[in-house]
Write a protein that binds this ligand. Structure first.
Ligand SMILES: Cc1cc2nc3c(=O)[nH]c(=O)nc-3n(C[C@H](O)[C@H](O)[C@H](O)COP(=O)(O)O)c2cc1C
Length: 165
C-alpha cells in the first residue's frame, strides 16, 4: 500500500480542509494518507509520495509551505510530488487552470513536481486582521470546490498506481 503525506500550510483553515479532502480521496482509492501541517513534519522517511499545499497570501505561498519545500528539497526530489495552492476569492479557479505563482513554479521545478493545481479559496466575512478584513469586505466567500479537489486527487492516485504497477 502506498503511503502518502499531504502536508499543508494554512492561516485560516481553508487550505487545511482542502488537504483533508485530498487525503480522503487518496484513502478512498486505497492509499494510506497522512494529512499534517507542514511545520510539524520532521522527516519524509516512510512516505512513498508527497502532496504539498499552501494558501496564497500577497502573491506568495504560505511561509510554512515554502519552508517545508526548502527544508525537504532533497527528499522531495526522490519521490513523486504534487503541489497545490489555494487562493482566488472568485470562480476563476473553476473556470480555467491557473498557473502557479512564480515562487511555487520554482519550487515545482526544483523538486520535479508531477503536477500543480490552483484551487479557489475561502475567506470569512468576519476575518480578523487589517489586510484580511479589508480583503473580506470585497471578496469574502467560499470558492473551494470539493469535486474539483477530489478529481485532482484521483488523478494523483491513478499515477501512483502506475508507479507501483
Ligand atoms: C490579506 C490577504 C491576501 C491574500 N492574497 C492572495 C493572493 O495573493 N492570491 C490569491 O489567490 N489569494 C489571496 N488571498 C486569498 C487567500 O488565499 C484565501 O482566503 C485562502 O483560502 C486562505 O487560505 P487559508 O484559509 O488556508 O489561510 C488573500 C487573502 C488575504 C486575507
Amino acid at each position: 500500500m502506498m503511503r502518502v503525506l499531504v502536508a499543508y500550510a494554512s492561516e485560516r483553515g481553508g487550505t487545511a480542509e482542502i488537504a483533508e479532502w485530498v487525503g480522503a480521496e487518496l484513502r478512498r482509492t486505497g492509499a494510506e494518507a497522512d494529512v499534517r501541517p507542514a511545520g510539524e513534519v520532521t522527516t519524509l522517511d516512510g512516505y512513498d509520495a508527497v502532496v504539498v499545499g499552501g494558501a496564497l497570501y500577497a502573491g506568495r505561498w504560505h511561509r510554512e509551505a515554502r519552508r517545508f519545500v526548502r527544508h525537504h528539497a532533497g527528499a522531495l526530489a526522490q519521490r513523486p510530488v504534487w503541489l497545490f495552492s489555494s487562493g482566488p476569492l472568485d470562480h476563476t479557479a473553476e473556470e480555467k487552470e491557473i498557473a502557479p505563482v512564480r515562487g511555487v513554479a520554482k519550487f515545482a521545478h526544483r523538486v520535479g513536481a508531477r503536477g500543480h493545481a490552483t484551487f479557489g479559496g475561502r475567506l470569512d466575512p468576519g476575518a480578523k486582521g487589517f489586510m484580511a478584513s479589508k480583503v473580506a469586505k470585497q471578496s469574502a466567500g467560499d470558492y473551494r470546490d470539493r469535486d474539483h479537489v477530489a478529481e485532482w486527487a484521483a488523478g494523483i492516485a491513478r499515477e501512483l498506481q502506475q508507479v507501483t504497477a
